[in-house]
Design a binder for this molecule. Sequence first.
Ligand code: DHB
Ligand code: FE
Length: 284
Amino acid sequence: MAKIIGAVGTSHIPAIGGAIHKGLQNEPYWQPFFGGFAPVQQWLGQEPPDVVVVFYNDHGLNFFLDKMPTFAVGAAPEYLSADEGWGIPAQPPVPGCQDLSWHLIEALTEREFDVVTCQEMLLDHAGTLPLKLLWPQGNGQGGWPVQVVPVCINTVQFPLPKPSRVYALGKAVGEAVAAWQSDKRVLFVGSGGLSHQLEGQRAGHINKRFDLQFLDSMVSNPEWATSYTNHELVELVGTQGVELLMWLAMRGALTAAGPSVREVHRNYHIPISNTATAVMALAT
Ligand code: DHB
Ligand code: FE
């Protein structure tokens, strides 16, 4: 059986890619953000996963407003990075894990999550930046040290899936991974959030109080945020802050490894660009 080693939640912002490209990680503006990843990288060095299931939102690259799946799962042999700009200009293709992709697609459909299957898929900053933040050196040979299975959740165009539905999707993914006939080690990643709003009169809106409560809930009360509607979440954390649904899916997936988790590390820093940033690593 596959082994679930833990989960990581992280913010994604295109400007992070630009900072990596320009080598600005130790500049005063960036250090409080990038410094938060060192303990997580160290943990992953001790507990290296083979495959990463990344819960993320596509920002208009694969799906635009004319066609918007609620849930989509990648089943490609590899995923090309094709960000919308501001990011890292060139990145190696990310290898897929088609065996796990199809296992998840079958298990999710059986559980009545009728996902869109994507045998071709491009990754934007929400898919690639977590990898670059967790493994800045890649595999040391110009590639990535892990395979990925992207699980895309619509947080871009209403109606969005309910928080409780997203948590249930995560649980179904976790249980499918736990039942996967494989000796591979699997990490879940939730990419997005925390509070931010990019447009309109409330551009720059941040809610530190809610963010910190949300981070606490990830450790000991993971269903806490499912008591909110998406409209309430948008009011609380901003139109793009609702990306915290990715963290809910990631945490739901982790429940398949047992009722309790160990917090390895967390970091919260305001702001990077318009966003309240966070990284949190949870071990099984
Ligand atoms: C920003 C944040 C995001 O989540 C995103 O997808 C794009 C931009 C920002 O704060 O600049
Ligand atoms: Fe985003």
